[in-house]
Design a protein around this ligand. Structure first.
Ligand SMILES: Cc1ncc(COP(=O)(O)O)c(C=O)c1O
Length: 386
């Protein structure tokens, strides 16, 4: 049976070249970067190079990067650390479609007494800068709005959102875990104060990411111990993972334009064909949207049932974010976009990568319509009540 992996918003395969670069740091060059002997020096040199590589892709100074255990930790460090450094119980602003690594952190701060504003989105998942303008006042310490959404791929108007936040003296953080190396993010012109990335979304290893902290941005550490990463993130560094992040970023950035062209054309074919199926809708705007994301509402079909059926056919897809897959309620992103509970449960996310081929798309388009009609028959689907 053919196997097609279309869950690239959840995670991506590790590039074999990236793995090759990592292996020596799991075998012979296993030193602790804090050690002052030759084996420690090898680890330090590898990390220094990876920091330079990531900085060159982002357009920042190497000293502005702190390596983390992934996107979740980077988001926590930015939001809690930024709020803590202000020394007051100021307001935090975020959007209703953030990943739980941001939204849950903001709610936790709210529990601790920080006022919280969660901005609404339109029916495509887009934040309106005017809503941010209306919500701003001098009490706001930090605004955190993602670069691109993990469920429907919507790309947010970061430039306007940053300008509004800065005009009111607030810090701006963006969760760029989905957007990194899938959309232009040049920190020389994009004036975010903090930005989170994760290696496993760009064909790097799992369990490693980074937080960009612009020079001079006040951020308090969340953990205490050694002085690693300038004291902002103490702990012995994940050297093989950090090496992998640097190499994965270089490779993903180099192929970004070509990969986006390829993925957009395959994605558009998937969307155009899927929309020919009765009572099937695209969730999220067609543009601005990540080239690798297609997300559908298929009325009368339970999304989880469809994902399981596709899995039996060798197709790996999802309904929404991997982190919410075990939750009994549908994706908060979809309900924030105005979908009813039922509509949000009738969803299918297809996430492409530069490895996705025409033949993969042919196979999916051959199997999906039959899978949908089988599930609809089982449910005696009536489009008028959908
Ligand atoms: C938008 C977004 N933010 C944060 C994360 C969490 O990143 P990590 O898995 O590296 O902790 C993810 C992963 O799904 C994501 O899609």
């Amino acid at each position: 049976m053919r196997r097609v992996y279309l869950d690239n918003n959840a995670t991506t395969c590790l590039d074999s070249e990236v793995l090759e670069h990592m292996l020596p740091y799991m075998r012979e060059s296993y030193g602790n970067p804090s050690s002052i002997h030759w084996l420690g020096d090898e680890a330090t040199a590898a990390m220094t190079l990876a920091r330079k590589e990531l900085a060159s892709v982002l357009g920042c100074y190497p000293s502005e990067l702190a390596f983390t255990s992934g996107g979740t930790e980077a988001d926590n460090m930015a939001i809690i650390g930024g709020m803590k450094a202000s020394g007051r119980k100021g307001r935090v602003i975020t959007s209703s479609v953030e990943h739980s690594a941001v939204l849950d952190v903001c709610h936790a701060l709210h529990e601790e007494g920080h006022p919280l504003t969660v901005l609404p989105v339109d029916d495509g998942g887009l934040v309106d800068p005017e809503d941010l303008e209306k919500a701003m006042d001098d009490d706001v310490v930090l605004v955190s709005i993602m670069a691109a959404n993990n469920v429907v791929g919507t790309i947010q108007p970061l430039k306007e959102l940053i300008e509004i936040s800065h005009a009111h003296g607030a810090l701006f953080h963006t969760d760029a875990v989905q957007g990194f190396c899938r959309m232009p993010l040049d920190l020389r012109t994009l004036k975010v104060d903090m930005l989170s990335v994760s290696a496993h979304k760009i064909h790097g290893p799992k369990g490693v990411g980074a937080l960009f902290i612009r020079e001079g941005t006040p951020v308090a550490p969340l953990t205490f111990g050694g002085g690693q990463e300038g004291g902002i993130r103490p702990s012995t560094e994940n050297v093989p993972g950090i090496v992998g992040l640097g190499k994965a970023a270089l490779a993903a950035y180099a192929r970004m334009d070509e990969a986006n062209r390829l993925m957009a054309s395959l994605r558009d074919r998937l969307v155009d064909e899927m929309l020919k199926i009765d009572d099937t809708h695209l969730n999220g705007h067609r543009s601005p949207r990540l080239a690798n994301n297609a997300h559908f509402r298929i009325d009368g079909v339970n999304g989880t049932g469809l994902v399981l059926k596709l899995s039996d056919l060798g197709i790996a897809a999802s309904t929404a974010s991997a982190c919410s897959a075990s939750s009994p309620s549908p994706s908060h992103v979809l309900t924030a976009m105005g979908l009813t509970w039922d509509q949000a449960e009738s969803s299918l996310r297809l996430g492409l990568s530069h490895h996705t081929t025409d033949e993969d798309v042919d196979y999916v388009l051959e199997k999906l319509p039959a899978a949908i009609s089988t599930l609809r028959k089982g449910k005696r689907f009536n489009p008028t009540t959908a």
